[in-house]
Design a protein around this ligand. Structure first.
Ligand code: HOZ
Length: 429
């Protein structure tokens, strides 16, 4: 495979961008080789600078639910462009966006738009602290909530991939205010709440975790957290940046019937544009300035182009429940195919899937938390990743990420993906 242009661009990039990439998860550090530079994408395909074509299994880490360059979203953006790019003043579209989110996401009575998932989680924690007058938060090992200081303790995603133990620049005070528990460990959460009674403002969780590879909540876990948070007066925050509008139109909270106090959103909500949001009960959200005393702001928040892109996809999802049936079918077909191949090859690796998200772990261990995920053979994953890439399949360059598929993935492309997966596995086992 010719990747000369990508190699040249990476060499140049390293001279002017730290590590040559604008987000660490894009680097190929844990899988070997250098990142591929993308020139364009359409539907289920990515095209790199050398003209190679790949079947897309990440979809920009989640947002491209309907595939790339979807006409619905492109038309909405094109139409909005001629009205100027930004006003820094209220618009009709922001109202329509807020109304639609409140309608679609069960826990959200009021919502504030921001520019990324990271902004959403940082603001949500601040509001929870302002609302409760308490300082500590609880998060789970291997969960990732963006790069806010409080969340980089025991974090997943790029932090896990690069094996960064603790990030310099995060103060000891911040670290002391972040308590951690293993995912799916209700007892540990309860003991943290007892030991820190009266001091915990919020518990934040990916209700389906996608940043240590995909990890599902065990039956009763989310319900147990809901109960504990109510009992101890702790704000329960579901970080649905990855899962919101993907696993159901109302996210995991709709799908699993557990309603948090606050929710953070991102990715799909912008249809590919940089958008995030945080929302929840009015009683809590009314603490946000200018209604309340907790300050949070943004020049480009609710940007009209981003709102147009986001509104076009959310309206489509709200009006077309068949999209979710299609995504379930795609995800289930892939998981069944992966299991058949394991069976054929005498393997028993963990295959975790829900709807359109999945991870093939190079470990036979049932994966319930980050410690389990770490039993994966990451060296084998690296060799497998490179084989897949050479054969035209674009995966997340890390074992500790979920894959995200789009409605553009046809039966033929699924079959092609599974064939290449089998060949690549045979080559590395
Ligand atoms: N939240 C994305 C998946 N872990 C990663 C996006 C990024 O850090 O660039």
């Amino acid at each position: 495979m010719n990747i000369k242009q990508s190699e040249n661009l990476f060499e140049r990039a390293q001279k002017s961008i730290p590590g040559g990439v604008n987000s660490p998860v894009r680097a190929f550090k844990s899988v070997g080789g250098n990142p591929i530079f993308i020139r364009k994408a359409k539907g289920a395909y990515l095209y790199d600078e050398d003209g190679n074509r790949y079947i897309e299994m990440i979809n920009s880490w989640g947002p491209m639910l309907l595939g790339h360059a979807h006409p619905l979203i492109e038309d909405a953006v094109r139409e909005a462009l001629s009205d100027s790019l930004s006003y820094g003043a209220p618009t009709r579209k922001e109202v329509e966006m807020a109304e639609l989110i409140c309608q679609m996401v069960p826990s959200v009575e009021k919502v504030r738009m921001v520019n990324s998932g990271t902004e959403a989680t940082m603001a949500a924690i601040r509001v929870a602290r302002g609302y409760t007058g308490k300082e500590k938060i609880i998060k789970f090992e291997g969960c990732y909530h963006g790069h806010g200081d409080s969340f980089l303790i025991a974090a997943g995603s790029g932090v896990a991939t690069l094996g960064i133990p603790g990030t310099p620049g995060v103060t000891q005070g911040t670290a002391n205010d972040t308590l951690t528990a293993p995912y799916n460990d209700l007892e540990r959460v309860e003991s943290l709440m007892i030991a820190n009674k009266g001091n915990v403002a919020a518990l934040i969780i990916e209700p389906v975790a996608g940043n240590m590879g995909l990890v599902l909540p065990e039956p009763g876990f989310l319900e147990g957290l809901r109960k504990l948070c109510t009992e101890f007066g702790v704000v329960l925050i579901f970080d649905e940046v990855m899962t919101g509008f993907r696993l159901a139109k109302g996210g995991v909270q709709e799908r699993m019937g557990v309603i948090p106090d606050m929710t953070t959103l991102g990715k799909i909500i912008g249809g590919g544009m940089p958008v995030g949001a945080y929302g929840g009960k009015s009683e809590i959200m009314d603490f946000v300035a200018p209604q309340g005393p907790v300050y949070q702001a943004g020049t480009l928040s609710g940007n009209p182009i981003a709102m147009s892109a986001g509104l076009s996809i959310l309206r489509h999802l709200n009006e077309n429940p068949s999209v979710y049936a299609q995504l379930e079918h795609i995800g289930n077909t892939i998981a069944a195919g992966l299991r058949d191949i394991d069976h054929k090859l005498g393997l028993n690796n963990s295959i975790v899937q829900i709807g359109s998200m999945f991870t093939y772990f190079f470990s036979p261990q049932p994966i319930k938390n980050y410690e389990d995920a770490k039993t994966s053979d990451t060296v084998k994953f690296g060799s497998y990743f490179r084989k897949m890439l050479e054969s035209g399949i674009y995966l997340a360059p890390s074992q500790f990420e979920s894959l995200f598929v789009s409605t553009a993935l046809t039966e033929d492309l699924i079959a092609q993906y599974l064939r290449v997966h089998e060949d690549s596995l045979r080559a590395v086992i």
